[in-house]
Ligand binder design. Structure first.
Ligand code: CP
Length: 312
């Protein structure tokens, strides 16, 4: 890979909000190179040899944690997976002391997922090493949005001018917020579709169009992004029932016909089949859901590579 002109000014990836259009394009272009590497017989390259990546996941994850681990290994880094239930966190050690301990052990990157918004930003100030946000509360999930952009771009060859509908729990979704920042920054038309109880006040200020009806929201769109319905919300009175949510907002084959013929169907996972999306659509020919997962590896390799594990 030609890396002569690659620069990334921050030591951290905390969110899409902080990234310029050029930085987003740099990550996507770099990921394209790594996608080619991942299709070779020998998938391992040396840029992070001698570096250590620590995965600190305070919330469950399948895709993000596994793909960060694989991405680090493909770049020849060492990986430490920090397991909260078997760590000294359960003895009352603070997050700050835990993070400082991991830095003292020689990690060059901390990949952090936490239920509280702003935790990666706090660690960024405390630690000298690179912090990568793997999802913080209802704030951001930047690498998910980057892999979504990568997947859209690889099918549609552009982002600018596309019409993208994001359907689901907009108020509590870090995937939605990161995608709204990313897609609007690259010139897509973004529509958000959800029940009034899940529509955040002031969302229009982010440059999106709001829809209470899925039929209107997905009409003639190029991309439909369904979000995981956080089932715990159901008990908090945001939704009458999961059945009613599917009846009113579920992506079905019938509704999909309202979008463009070649519309892509996306979902960040994990899916609740029969709640936000039908199995027929999730497993159908327009679905790119597993491709999103595959692309996440190349995108996370690009992020680790561009940050470089160096003190900036
Ligand atoms: N999309 C996503 O973040 O999935 P995981 O929770 O499995 O990492």
């Amino acid at each position: 890979m030609d890396n002569k002109n690659i620069t990334f000014k921050s030591k951290d990836l905390l969110g899409i909000k902080d990234l310029s259009q050029e930085e987003i394009s740099l990550i996507l272009d770099t990921a394209s190179g790594f996608k080619d590497v991942l299709e070779r017989d020998i998938k391992k390259v040396p840029p992070l040899r001698g570096k250590t990546v620590a995965n600190l996941f305070f919330e469950p994850s399948t895709r993000t944690r596994t793909s960060f681990e694989l991405a680090a290994k493909r770049l020849s880094a060492d990986v430490v997976n920090f397991s909260v239930p078997t760590s000294s966190v359960v003895k009352g050690e603070t997050l700050k002391d835990t993070a400082l301990t991991i830095q003292a052990l020689g990690a060059d990157f901390v990949v952090i997922r936490h239920s509280s918004s702003g935790v990666p930003h706090m660690l960024s100030k405390i630690l000298d090493i690179s912090i990568i946000n793997a999802g913080d509360g209802a704030n951001e999930h930047p690498t998910q949005a980057l892999l979504d952009l990568f997947t859209i771009r690889s099918h549609k060859k552009k982002i600018e001018g596309l019409s993208v509908a994001i359907i689901g729990d907009i108020a509590h979704s870090r995937v939605a917020l990161s995608n709204i920042y990313a897609l609007t920054r690259l010139g897509a038309e973004v529509r958000v579709v959800c029940p009034p109880t899940l529509m955040p006040a002031g969302i229009g200020e982010l440059g999106v169009k709001t829809f209470g009806s899925i039929e209107e929201g997905i009409k003639d769109t190029d991309v439909i992004m369904t979000l995981r319905l956080q089932l715990e919300r159901q008990s908090k009175g945001f939704l009458p029932s999961l059945e009613e949510y599917f009846t009113l907002y579920g992506l079905t084959a019938g509704r999909l016909k309202l979008a463009k013929k070649d519309a892509m169907v996306m979902h960040p996972g994990p899916m609740n089949r029969g709640v936000e999306i039908s199995s027929e659509v999730a497993d159908g020919p327009q679905s790119v859901i597993l491709e999103q997962v595959t692309n996440g590896l190349a995108v996370r390799m690009a992020v680790l590579y561009l940050l470089g594990g160096v003190k900036k």
